[in-house]
Write a protein that binds this ligand. Structure first.
Ligand code: PMV
Length: 323
């Protein structure tokens, strides 16, 4: 029997993290250079109904029924089986591999769920549409995040740039004029659930101030949507990048006020700007994880070098848009 394999990309949030939890829009894009992969193989020698899960990155090699019911991988398998009305999964071995850093704001949990749900659905003979895969991954995200907005599972399952508002159908976004980002990992693992919960406490204590911060972020996201949707630019490429970069800087300043940055991220952001980036900000939950910097062909090498010299864990560059 053949192996059923599915992959899912990492993601970054260009604008709008955290505010998106409170009903404001966000723009997120997939990063296909980093991927999660799930491989499902029938295991005819195993006892009937046995599902073995192997995820070397988290040193997991366990039988499904031995995992706690709220384990994200177990939940993803069971939700898929329930959705397909397949109470008895034919014995199989599921291997998870991923190059996406964990707890780093790049959607590693959502990407693993999406890849796993897709591969398992194919193994069970009923590939699922992306919207259903996203909805199931959202259920698993609730374990990881507590109160997820749904942006991660959406952008990762659809594998397209999205303009996302919680609870609404996502708008697929065509970013007509391409640009390049450098993505650098602070190396600090920061579980999103904790930061989201801290923002919730701060918001409860000071709703007026936080609502105002969220509104200011929403304005940036709306302006970015308008800019991205323009087919022909009236401004030069340099002006386009300068505008986008200044919005990234503004968004970062608002995230700092919200208390979700940290000295290490602030430092990497500052170093990227000094090395010539048009703008830089954290991406995702914050307090660690990744930052992104907007670059062009000319300043990309110096920004990458500066971030590497500053001790960033893994520095990659990726092209966004051009569709
Ligand atoms: O999973 P992360 O760390 O990329 O962050 C998700 C973005 C947040 O807005 C902080 C949370 C959410 O559910 O939208």
């Amino acid at each position: 029997m053949p192996a059923f394999t599915a992959t899912a990309p990492a993601k970054i949030i260009l604008f709008g993290e955290h505010a998106v939890v409170y009903g404001r829009p966000a723009i997120a894009v997939p990063v296909p250079a980093l991927q999660a992969r799930a491989i499902v193989r029938a295991d005819v020698r195993a006892r009937p109904g046995s599902v073995r899960l192997i995820a070397p990155a988290i040193e997991l090699d366990a039988t499904l029924s031995d995992l706690p019911p709220a384990h994200p991988l177990r939940r993803a398998v069971e939700l898929t089986a329930e959705t397909l009305h397949a109470p008895h999964i034919p014995s199989c071995q599921i291997t998870i591999q991923s190059t996406i850093p964990v707890a780093a704001g790049m959607g590693s949990g959502a990407a693993v769920s999406v890849a796993l749900i897709r591969a398992l659905a194919a193994y069970l003979g009923h590939p699922l549409p992306s919207e259903t895969v996203s909805a199931l991954a959202f259920e698993v995200e609730k374990i990881h995040h507590g109160n997820p907005s749904g942006v991660d599972n959406t952008v990762i399952a659809l594998e397209r740039a999205v303009y996302f508002v919680r609870g609404k159908a996502p708008q697929l976004l065509s970013i007509h004029v391409p640009f390049q980002l450098v993505i650098a990992d602070s190396g600090i693992a920061s579980p999103t659930a904790q930061v989201v919960s801290d923002v919730r406490s701060a918001w409860q204590k000071n709703q007026a101030e936080y609502e105002e911060l969220f509104d200011q972020i929403a304005t940036i996201v709306t302006n970015a949507l308008i800019l991205f949707e323009k087919t022909g630019l009236t401004e030069t490429q340099g002006d386009y990048l300068t505008t986008l970069g200044s919005w990234m800087n503004e968004n970062q300043a608002l995230l700092r006020k919200m208390g979700v940055s940290c000295p290490e991220l602030d430092r990497l952001v500052e170093i990227a700007r000094q090395a010539g980036a048009y703008g830089a900000k954290l991406s995702g939950g914050g307090r660690g994880g990744n930052m992104i910097a907007l670059v062009d062909e000319e300043n990309k090498p110096s920004v990458i070098r500066a971030l590497e010299e500053a001790g960033a864990n893994r520095v990659i560059s990726t092209a966004i848009g051009g569709d």
